[in-house]
Design a binder for this molecule. Structure first.
Ligand code: G3P
Length: 485
């Protein structure tokens, strides 16, 4: 009898403790969600899970629901970063807006709220297509460096492309230039050690890996990666875009798995804005305050393009690059061209694209038919029908895989850089994009895109409206990964 009473007492006690623990955990989750989540639907989901799935729901929230990326990035940047951008005062803003063409005032005004750096005039930005055009130009500039070379890349393969760069770096060293190379530890995990050994032997080369992970294996989708692709030589010539250093991009060499890509050669004072990003990233990664050359306006000709660089990263709550994409979509009157290898944006972007098409803007989105990241390809396909229904033109390009990233609006405003159209770029990676106001550049990009469109398949609503059930299930399941890709 006594034993039975003890068992019942134990069961009652354990049950009471479990109920108290569940209620306590659910209350904590609810408070956390109410304080830190802004999306109402996901908030309802998390709170529901915490209350209706005792203990398990709370634990799932702790593991997957808390945005540690932003917390970690903010903490890292706060401790190691060196913010060099200052807010523009209301008075400065008024003065500045008087100095730029009327038609970009709305975008410039919005842009300054997103990132407080002004559009600077006097730039020239030129499109370079594939590694065939870009790498010889980039390596040629490096090999002539006299003062300093700043190079940042997500991937730097040590193959026929990488070797061209290494040779150029050796020449720059022999000229006495100081070389700073910052490569993402995960994106480039295959070649970091090899490059490390090569660069260690060169006196003037400083080689740093961006945020090496604490785990021995290297997952391609681990967070807090630098996706920025930047090259600055002697402060006066820069290359900026979304092209990695890979033999695959040298199509003339008939590589295995060829990849089309574009990048941009930059001259002009906007190079100083790119420089600021590199200096900050270097301080963040190498804990070293470097002072590379500034752009020399007196030694260089002045050009026509207005340009402004927008860095973005998981430490920022503003989603600057995504906001500027939205601004471009909302600002367009006639035509929007978008090319990207990865297209899995959230509802807000999809709706803005639809709205542009609904108000009569011609919207062309150029995507690879077959991606190297299948989840993004299939998840992206789940959004095609709704866009096609609103007369958005979607063009799928065949092989080689097209890794180009650019957006143009009304043949005058271009948005170029490292960002893809997915949450990984908009929220989880460190990225750098550039707004450019210049008819000449927009035409160069649009002509390139026209050529891509002429070689692509324009897909039809009827093909995606009623797709086989299994394909639809696969696509919609992959779309659930939107917040993580
Ligand atoms: O992240 P991206 O845009 O530089 O592209 C990376 C390559 O596709 C490697 O998966």
């Amino acid at each position: 009898m006594e034993l039975l009473r003890e068992i019942l007492h134990f069961i009652f006690y354990s049950y009471t403790m479990a109920v108290v623990f569940h209620i306590g955990l659910a209350v904590c989750v609810t408070v956390h969600v109410l304080l830190y989540k802004t999306n109402v639907y996901s908030s309802i989901g998390w709170i529901g899970l915490a209350w209706f799935s005792p203990v398990f729901g709370g634990i799932i929230y702790i593991i997957f629901g808390i945005n540690r990326i932003r917390m970690k990035a903010a903490e890292l940047k706060e401790n190691n970063g060196k913010a060099s951008f200052k807010m523009v005062s209301e008075k400065e803003l008024k003065e500045y807006l008087k100095t730029i063409p009327d038609y970009i005032v709305p975008l410039a005004r919005l842009g300054l709220h997103v990132h407080p750096v002004r559009e600077v005039s006097g730039n020239n930005i030129e499109l370079l297509i594939n590694g065939d055009q870009a790498y010889p130009e980039m390596a040629g500039a490096i090999s002539k460096a006299k003062k300093d070379v700043l190079l940042s890349s997500y991937i730097f393969d040590y193959d026929n492309a990488g070797k061209i760069f290494v040779d150029a770096i050796k020449k720059a060293c022999s000229n006495g230039a100081k070389i700073y190379i910052l490569i993402d530890a995960v994106g480039n995990s295959k070649y970091n050690s090899k490059l490390g050994r090569i660069f260690k032997k060169l006196k003037n080369v400083n080689f740093v890996k961006f945020l090496p992970p604490n785990i021995p294996i290297s997952l391609p989708f681990i967070n807090l990666r630098t996706h920025r692709k930047i090259l600055i030589v002697d402060g006066n010539t820069a290359f900026f875009g979304g092209m990695n250093i890979r033999g695959k991009c040298m199509l003339k060499d008939n590589p295995k798995n060829p990849t089309r890509d574009i990048t941009f050669k930059v001259s002009g004072p906007v190079i100083d804005q790119i420089r600021e990003i590199f200096v900050e990233d270097w301080y963040f990664s190498a804990k070293q305050n470097i002072r590379p050359s500034y752009y020399d306006e007196k030694a260089n000709p002045s050009f026509a393009a207005y340009a402004r660089v927008i860095p973005d990263g998981p430490e920022s709550e503003e989603e600057k690059i995504m906001t500027v994409c939205l601004a471009g979509l909302n600002y367009a009157n006639k035509k929007i061209n978008i090319i990207t290898p990865y297209f899995l944006p959230t509802e807000i972007i999809l709706k803005a694209i639809e709205m542009a098409a609904m108000r009569g803007v011609e919207v062309n989105i150029i995507l690879p038919r077959s991606s190297n990241h299948k989840i993004i390809e299939w998840g992206g396909e789940a959004n095609y029908a709704r866009l096609l229904k609103h007369n958005v033109n979607i063009y799928l390009t065949g092989a080689p895989f097209d890794h180009s990233k650019a957006m143009t609006v009304d043949g005058v405003w271009s948005f170029i850089g490292s960002s893809n159209w997915d949450e990984r770029s908009f929220k989880l990676n460190f990225e750098a994009n550039m707004e450019v106001v210049c008819y000449k550049l927009a035409k160069q990009i649009d002509d390139y895109l026209k050529d891509r469109i002429n070689n692509a398949e324009k897909i039809k609503f009827t093909d995606y409206d009623k797709m086989p059930l299994l394909r639809k299930l696969r696509n919609n399941a992959c779309r659930l990964a939107t917040p993580y890709f």
